[in-house]
Design a protein around this ligand. Structure first.
Ligand SMILES: CC(C)(COP(=O)(O)OP(=O)(O)OC[C@H]1O[C@@H](n2cnc3c(N)ncnc32)[C@H](O)[C@@H]1OP(=O)(O)O)[C@@H](O)C(=O)NCCC(=O)NCCS
Length: 223
């Protein structure tokens, strides 16, 4: 620390550069590792998890129809609070991000989107998601999913985004197909759930394909 003494000349130079940058870019986006951005779509807002989300997440994620094909979630409020703290630490390390899904007009989350790196540098990543069944089929998934994929590709730098979904999970696979993900194969007996070993479909979205697809669907979102 003693080599890091205050250097007024250097400080003036830094300030001048910062002023020039501010003049060009009035809004400097903070690093996602410090704080996730709040993303606003047509139907939902995505934001960082808060400890106060724990009761709503417990109710949503532990419902039988939601939990059926996903890793077993915590089963207490305390367990979800610990998960939220873990998620924030992992985000600070730069290897994971988790968004709460809040429909417009509501304050508590109806679901989650998770993104984790599969290789250091976050170029290859995996995502997963769950939404309360009362909101299935309402367009909430696609609205949120498009923002998460944009975030992964444009902000985090993901070039290949994978998803694994139990073959028996018709809705999960239908949602990924609808989004434009490509099914690459089946991972046999890859997912252990409630004492059973389930086959999983491996899906991917490539950044280049996503950018091309966006040129087609983006106007729909705007209107
Ligand atoms: C996955 C999930 C977030 C998707 O949200 P959703 O609102 O249900 O998704 P959508 O309704 O927009 O899309 C699902 C698509 O699958 C289709 N689908 C439903 N059941 C299906 C089945 N058995 N076989 C094939 N497709 C099916 C739907 O018709 C729909 O397509 P459409 O809009 O073209 O008609 C939500 O279902 C969920 O939270 N499921 C529980 C958690 C989970 O399984 N997560 C996925 C882990 S990879």
């Amino acid at each position: 620390m003693d080599k890091m003494g205050y250097q007024p000349n250097l400080q003036r130079a830094v300030t001048t550069v910062q002023q020039a940058r501010t003049a060009i870019l009035p809004t400097i986006t903070p690093d996602w590792r410090q704080q996730l951005p709040t993303l606003v779509g047509a139907r939902v807002t995505l934001r960082e998890l808060k400890l106060s989300d724990a009761p709503a997440l417990l109710a949503t994620m532990t419902a039988e129809e939601v939990a059926r094909f996903i890793s077993t979630p915590p089963d207490t409020i305390d367990g979800f609070e610990r998960f939220i703290q873990w998620a924030q630490r992992e985000r600070e390390y730069g290897r994971y991000a988790c968004f709460a899904v809040i429909p417009h007009g509501m304050t508590h989350p109806i679901g989650l989107f998770q993104l984790r790196q599969l290789a250091s540098g976050f170029t290859t990543a995996e995502w997963g998601f769950a939404i309360a069944s009362a909101f299935w089929g309402g367009g909430y998934f696609v609205d949120a999913a498009r923002m998460v994929v944009d975030f992964a590709i444009d902000t985090v730098g993901v070039t290949r985004l994978e998803a694994r979904s139990a073959v028996a999970n018709g809705r999960g696979n239908g949602a990924l197909r609808k989004l434009g993900a490509v099914q690459e194969g089946v991972l046999r007996r890859a997912f252990r759930k409630d004492g059973r070993q389930l086959d999983q479909a491996l899906w991917s979205i490539l950044a280049a394909d996503w950018r091309q697809a966006k040129a087609v669907w983006r106007p729909e979102i705007v209107h």
